[in-house]
Design a protein around this ligand. Structure first.
Ligand SMILES: [Zn+2]
Length: 172
């Protein structure tokens, strides 16, 4: 496995709509393995392929986070096919918006349809942090970042700070 580079806002790639995957093959599984390793190393609980500059509809998540008991989920072509009327608020972060967090309101539970690591069609009801995480990652596949839910003023302030931090890292 190999660790991949994560891109940060305001990289225009993060505004791209990712393409559906035709077939889950070994090459795609290699990409998913590398994404998972990248996510664990960051560390994070979710990663979309576009965050490593690959515009394909793939996300990996693991909201359990215990190193000795990892339960990764690989979702290819994920789609929300039902959402609850009830909402949850979580303080979200994003590996492409390092060091910044904000409260976002999303449906508390959703039913998601996807292809798994073996390319098999799945439907799953999820709730809690996992539901928030999967919705956050599916947003990435549609070019949406969690800071889009904030006011324009707040969003621009965060982007400026991330840019400044990235510039300073490069100088070092
Ligand atoms: Zn994110």
């Amino acid at each position: 496995m190999a660790k991949l580079d994560i891109i940060n806002v305001p990289d225009p790639l993060l505004r791209t709509t990712s393409d559906p995957v035709g077939q889950v093959d070994d090459e795609l599984r290699r990409l998913m393995d590398n994404m998972l390793e990248t996510m664990y190393a960051a560390p994070g609980i979710g990663l979309a392929a576009i965050q490593v500059a690959v515009p394909k509809r793939i996300i990996v998540v693991d909201t359990d986070g215990e190193e000795d008991e990892r339960k990764p989920l690989f979702l290819v072509n994920p789609e929300i096919i039902w959402e609850s009327a009830e909402f949850n608020i979580y303080n979200e972060g994003c590996l492409s918006v390092p060091e910044h967090y904000a409260e976002v309101e999303r449906p508390a539970s959703v039913k998601v349809k996807y292809l798994n690591y073996d390319g098999k069609a799945q439907e799953q009801m999820i709730d809690g942090l996992l539901a928030t995480c999967v919705q956050h990652e599916i947003d990435h596949l549609n070019g949406v970042v969690f800071i889009d839910y904030l006011s324009k003023l707040k969003r621009n302030m965060i982007i400026k700070k991330v840019q400044k931090a990235d510039r300073e890292t490069k100088v070092l």
